[in-house]
Ligand binder design. Structure first.
Ligand SMILES: Cc1ncc(COP(=O)(O)O)c(C=O)c1O
Length: 399
C-alpha cells in the first residue's frame, strides 16, 4: 500500500479519537523511525513513552520470536514459565516491599485495578487525585484524570474522587477524611505538562496516608522503568508507595500493564475479585522480561540521567535565546518545554525536518525519547528546534 491508501483506510475505518500527524511510520530501530517513503525521523515521542529500550531492540525481537514459536496464549488460570520468569524480574526491580503483581494490558487497567484494591483493602471509597493529573480514560481512571475535556462528556463518573492542587500537601491534608481509601499520584505529572513536584511533596503524601490508614498509589505508567534517571520516579523522593502502576516501558513496545503492591495489601484481592483474559500472556511476558533485562544490563536509567542533564542544558540555551520559551523542566529523559502559545505549529515544523515530538497540553512540547537515543541525535533535535522556534519568532514579528 502507498502512503495515500494507508491514510485513506485509517481515516475511513478507524474511530476518529486521535489527532493524527501527517506521516505513515513503517519501521523503527533504536531512536530512529522511517516512514513509508523511506524518510528518516528522530523519535522523541517514543510511542508516548513506551520505547524506553528503543524500537525493535534485538533482544526483545528475539524473545518474541522464540516465545511465539513455542506458546503464544496461556490464561493465568494455568501456570506458565514465561510469566513466572517475568514476575520474578519485575518484583526484583520494584522496591522490595512491593512483591505481588497483577498483570494487565495497559496503563488505565492498572489504575482500575489499584482503585478496586484500595476500596477492598480499606473498606472506604474516597480517592484523592490531583489537578493536572492523568491516569487514563476508562471510567475509574477517567474519574481520577483532571482534564474536564476528557471527563465532562462522560459524566456521571465514578463517585468519591476529589482533585486537589498538585504539590500542595496542606491542600491534601484539608481534603483527606476518614473515608479516604487512597491518594493517587503521578510522581512527575506527564500529560499535565511535565510537572516536577516540590521535593518533600511525595514524602508528605506518604505521611498523610500512614496517619489516615489510606493507601499511597504511585502512577508510574509514564515515569517507570528508567525514564526519569532512576528505575522509578518515586525513588528520587525516597518514597515507597503501597501500590505502583506500571505499563508503557515495561513491555519493550508490546502492550502490558503491571500493578505491583505490598503483599499484605494485595492479599485483600480474593479469588475472582479481578481478572484479565490477556493479562500475563506469555508472548507479552517474554518481551517484558527482555525489556527489563535490557534496562538493567545496559543501565539505561543512568543513561537517561546523564543524557537528560545534557539535553536539558541545551534546551535551556534555547530558552535564553528565544523569549517565546517560558520554561524547561523535567527529570532524566522526561522533559517539557513550555511556550507562551500553542505548540502545534512547532510540532509540524519539527516533523517536516525529521524530528517527532509530543505535546503535553496546549503549550508544552514533551520529549520522551528512547533512552538509547544518541548524543548526536539529541544535538540534531536541538538544531531543528532552534530552526523551527526561530521561524515561529520571525513569523510572529511579521504579523
Ligand atoms: C501517568 C499515566 N497513567 C495512566 C495512563 C494510561 O495508560 P494507557 O493509555 O496505557 O491506558 C497514562 C497514559 O499516558 C499515563 O501517562
Amino acid at each position: 500500500m502507498n502512503e495515500k491508501e494507508i491514510i485513506d483506510i485509517e481515516q475511513t475505518c478507524m474511530a476518529n479519537t486521535y489527532s493524527k500527524r501527517p506521516v505513515v511510520i513503517v519501521k523503527g530501530r533504536g531512536a530512529t523511525l522511517w516512514d513509508v517513503n523511506g524518510q528518516e525521523y528522530i523519535d522523541c515521542m517514543g510511542a508516548y513513552g513506551v520505547c524506553v529500550v528503543g524500537h525493535s531492540h534485538p533482544r526483545v525481537v528475539d524473545a518474541i520470536q522464540q516465545q511465539a514459536a513455542s506458546l503464544i496464549a496461556c490464561h493465568s488460570s494455568l501456570y506458565n514459565d514465561a510469566r513466572s520468569t517475568f514476575l520474578k524480574k519485575i518484583v526484583d526491580v520494584t522496591p522490595k516491599e512491593l512483591n505481588k503483581a497483577f498483570l494487565a494490558n495497559s496503563g488505565t487497567e492498572t489504575v482500575e485495578a489499584a482503585i478496586k484494591l484500595a476500596r477492598k483493602h480499606t473498606g472506604k471509597t474516597e480517592i484523592i487525585a490531583f489537578m493536572g493529573g492523568y491516569h487514563g480514560k476508562t471510567f475509574g481512571s477517567l474519574s481520577a484524570t483532571w482534564n474536564k475535556r476528557y471527563r465532562t462528556p462522560f459524566e456521571p463518573l465514578v463517585p468519591g474522587f476529589k482533585h486537589v492542587p498538585y504539590g500542595r500537601p496542606e491542600r491534601v491534608k484539608a481534603a483527606v477524611t476518614d473515608e479516604t481509601a487512597a491518594i493517587l499520584v503521578e510522581p512527575i505529572q506527564g500529560e499535565g505538562g511535565i510537572k516536577v513536584p516540590p521535593n518533600g511533596f511525595l514524602g508528605e503524601l506518604r505521611e498523610i496516608c500512614d496517619a489516615k490508614g489510606a493507601l499511597l498509589i504511585c502512577d508510574e505508567v509514564q515515569t517507570g522503568l528508567g525514564r526519569t534517571g532512576r528505575f522509578f520516579a518515586s525513588e528520587h523522593f525516597n518514597v515507597v508507595p503501597d501500590v505502583m502502576c506500571l505499563a508503557k516501558a515495561v513491555g519493550g513496545g508490546v502492550p502490558i500493564g503491571v500493578m505491583v503492591a505490598k503483599e499484605e495489601v494485595m492479599a485483600s484481592l480474593k479469588l475472582g475479585d479481578h481478572s484479565s483474559t490477556f493479562g500475563g500472556n506469555p508472548l507479552t511476558c517474554a518481551a517484558a522480561s527482555a525489556a527489563v533485562d535490557v534496562v538493567v544490563e545496559e543501565r539505561l536509567h543512568e543513561r537517561a540521567a546523564s543524557l537528560g542533564t545534557y539535553f536539558m542544558a541545551k534546551l535551556k540555551e534555547l530558552q535564553e535565546k528565544y523569549r517565546l520559551v517560558r520554561e524547561v523542566r523535567g527529570m532524566g529523559l522526561m522533559i517539557g518545554m513550555e511556550f507562551r502559545f500553542d505548540v502545534y505549529n512547532l510540532i509540524l515544523g519539527a516533523l517536516k525536518q525529521g524530528v517527532l515530538v509530543l505535546d503535553a497540553g496546549r503549550n508544552v512540547l514533551r520529549f520522551l525519547p528512547p533512552l538509547v537515543i544518541s548524543k548526536d541525535q539529541l544535538n540534531r533535535v536541538i538544531e531543528v528546534l532552534d530552526a523551527v522556534i526561530g521561524e515561529e519568532e520571525r513569523a510572529r514579528v511579521r504579523r
